[in-house]
Design a protein around this ligand. Structure first.
Ligand code: PNS
Length: 173
């Protein structure tokens, strides 16, 4: 049997129930799953720092023995080789994800043919869910129940309240 180490990369700002659904599915399929938080996100839009995102992911996946949470900078394929990973796991929610995911998978394969991209579908109830939409709903005071774990919801609400106190006029941006 092959030892398949997969990297599940993303921004995870914050981790959603859709991400967690995919992590659970991936942990059953692969020998080891490294959830890798990418450093390359537009900082102005970020809600949480990298250590904060890592802490939330660790708290939510502590029960999964073969799942590790890490951060990375630079090219994903270089990080894969550095970690001895042979697969990248990505979630496809709807057909609208496909074009971007295809481009990324093919470009990654061109740069590093030793790494295969594997796509998995999260449960249907998460097919409309993204971190961006969670941030937006939270900023506008909408409900987050069922979209993120309760602990993450609490952290999101705290962070948005802090931002609204420090920059009251920018709170809807
Ligand atoms: O959760 P996201 O924001 O959809 O994740 C995108 C991510 C982090 C997987 C992608 O931007 C990425 O792989 N970044 C690392 C830099 C890189 O390798 N870029 C070339 C991709 S072809």
């Amino acid at each position: 049997m092959k030892n398949i180490v997969a990297i599940y990369p993303g921004s995870f700002d914050p981790v959603t129930n859709g991400h967690l659904d995919l992590i659970h599915r991936g942990s059953k399929l692969f020998d080891k799953l490294i959830v890798a938080i990418a450093q390359n996100m537009d900082k102005a839009e970020a809600l949480f720092s990298m250590p904060e995102r890592k802490e939330m992911l660790m708290a939510m996946t502590g029960d999964l023995d073969n799942v590790v949470i890490d951060t990375f900078e630079g090219l994903l394929v270089s990080y894969c080789i550095q970690q001895g990973a042979n697969a990248v796991l990505r979630g496809i929610r709807a057909i609208s994800d496909y074009e971007f995911e295809l481009q990324m998978a093919l470009m990654n394969r061109k740069m590093e043919p030793r790494v295969e991209t594997v796509f998995m579908m999260p449960a249907e109830q998460y097919s409309y869910l993204s971190s961006r939409i969670v941030r937006e709903i939270a900023k506008l005071g909408g409900p987050l129940q069922g979209l993120v774990p309760a602990m993450v919801e609490e952290r999101v609400r705290e962070r948005i309240a802090q931002r609204q106190i420090s920059a009251p006029r920018k709170h809807l941006l």
